[in-house]
Design a protein around this ligand. Structure first.
Ligand code: ARG
Length: 459
């Protein structure tokens, strides 16, 4: 059977393809972070208090120049990962060795691909979480604007899907906005857990040389290094799982919002109308305007959950130390994040241009919707609530069609249709955006300092 010479030995072709799996494609998303991780590692090596120096300052400069070149190539989609490389890590080492000779062969001193991929995925997760937070804030803002615009538009409030009490479009929209803002808390928690540098753990057990893990962590702008080197590897998969758990919360909010939109745009309701360019037609029924985006969002919520469960299942029986099984988590992780982000990105403009049919919303009110309001009116006149409740239950026919627009004006306490605090939503959205801005600035500063060029590198 055919074999191939690789950086780490001669490997049978089938074995190479089987073990590299989809890394050869997926690792393209990790080229830049892999280079950044290597720049930090090499910088730390150049500062190690050993004689002779493992890497001189000048050599560090050469390696970093080579890494910046690779980042530039990656941005133009010009950096290739070959099957014989197996993954991005060995592709970068091969490229540097080709360019720098023996110096390229030194970069892997005191590290393993195990801690290398762990740091790559943490840097990747960092950026992805910031983008997700930014996109979630955008949708929360769109929902809040939509709610504010339709603050006084009455809407039948439902429980068990049955008409319940007078409500408003503003209340409906901002319920989803607040849910999304809580999802941002989950995303920030995942961000904080992820914000630890695993480099220096090497294969899982550290190295017998005085590496400075704190320095590597600082150079990369992490808040701290992970501590126990064995946990640094055991933490792979767990980190991805925690991130996807937060993504699942976002998808849960999106799926329920999508479900509402599907119901309220049915002609039988006709409360809302989705923008035509966000709907698709039928190949046989000429009149159709289908809410496919909403249906797919509901389905994709299941897929992100499946990715989260898939990773959980991959690691729950994983013995301590690195196991190659972890590689299989990469695709699930990347797909789960990408799906969540594209869902957020499509929902924001769709909500923005969704039309509200005020007359249909008002027409949806039947007298029974005012039953509870009327009972509470009787309470105001001195009747105990349970008596008022039974009185109304027996005399539903007496209920008159009160003006729903007037009815919601009476609901003014905190968080009620006319008690929505717009600053509350604005402040929470701003807080998310501020966190993203600060974290991104700090990271870009650290990496610019490390590479000696402005990061993100302009292509
Ligand atoms: N592509 C591998 C992964 O994702 C990199 C680490 C390989 N480590 C090893 N010991 N074979 O896990």
């Amino acid at each position: 059977m055919a074999k191939q010479k690789t950086t780490v030995g001669t490997i049978n072709n089938e074995t190479l393809a089987y073990t590299a799996g989809r890394d050869v494609e997926l690792d393209h998303a990790l080229i830049t972070v892999d280079c950044i991780g290597t720049a930090a590692h090499v910088t730390m090596l150049s500062k190690m208090p050993v004689e002779p120096k493992l890497i001189t300052d000048e050599e560090r400069g050469q390696v970093i120049a080579g890494l910046v070149e690779i980042i530039g190539l990656a941005q133009q989609d010009q950096f290739k990962i070959e099957l014989a490389d197996q993954d991005v890590h060995l592709a970068v080492e091969r490229t540097l060795t080709k360019k720098l000779g023996d110096l390229g062969k030194k970069i892997h001193t005191c590290r393993s691909r195990n801690d290398q991929v762990a740091v790559d995925l943490r840097l990747y997760a960092k950026e992805q979480l910031l983008q997700t937070l930014e996109e979630a804030a955008e949708l929360a803002a769109a929902l809040t604007d939509f709610g504010k615009k339709h603050e006084k538009v009455p809407m039948v409030g439902r429980t068990h899907m049955q008409p319940g009490m007078p409500s408003s479009v503003g209340l409906w929209a901002t319920a989803h906005a607040e849910s999304l803002l809580d999802d941002c808390v989950a995303l920030v928690n995942a961000y904080e857990m992820n914000d630890q540098c695993p480099l220096g753990s090497a294969a899982s057990y550290g190295v017998p040389l005085p590496i400075d893990r704190q320095l590597t962590s600082d150079l990369l702008g992490f808040s701290r290094p992970t501590h126990n080197v064995l946990y640094a590897n055991n933490g792979r998969g767990k980190m991805e799982n925690v991130v996807l758990t937060a993504m699942c919360q976002v998808m849960l909010t999106l799926s329920r919002l999508a479900q509402d939109l599907m119901i309220f745009t049915m002609p039988e309701f006709d409360y809302f109308q989705l923008p035509a360019e966000f709907c698709t037609g039928s190949s046989i029924m000429p009149q159709k305007q289908n809410p496919d985006v909403c249906e797919l969002m509901r389905a994709k919520a299941s897929r992100v959950k499946a990715a989260e469960l898939g990773i959980y299942d991959l690691i729950k029986g994983s013995p301590t130390g690195y196991n190659r099984d972890l590689q299989e988590a990469k695709e699930l992780f990347m797909e789960g994040i990408a799906t969540t982000r594209s869902s957020l990105r499509i929902m924001a403009p769709m909500i923005q241009d969704t039309k509200v049919n005020e007359q249909k919303l008002i027409d949806g009110f039947t007298p029974d919707v005012f039953a509870t309001d009327r009972a509470l009116e009787l309470v105001g006149e001195g009747m105990p609530f349970r008596d008022a409740y039974h009185y109304i239950k027996e005399n539903l026919h007496e209920l008159e069609n009160i003006d729903p627009t007037e009815a919601i004006l009476l609901k003014t306490h905190m968080g009620a249709p006319l008690g929505l605090d717009w600053d509350y939503f604005g402040d929470r959205i701003d807080a998310v955006r501020d966190t993203v801005g600060e974290e991104r600035r700090a990271f870009n500063e650290a990496v610019s300092e490390l590479l000696g060029v402005t990061y993100p590198v302009e292509s």
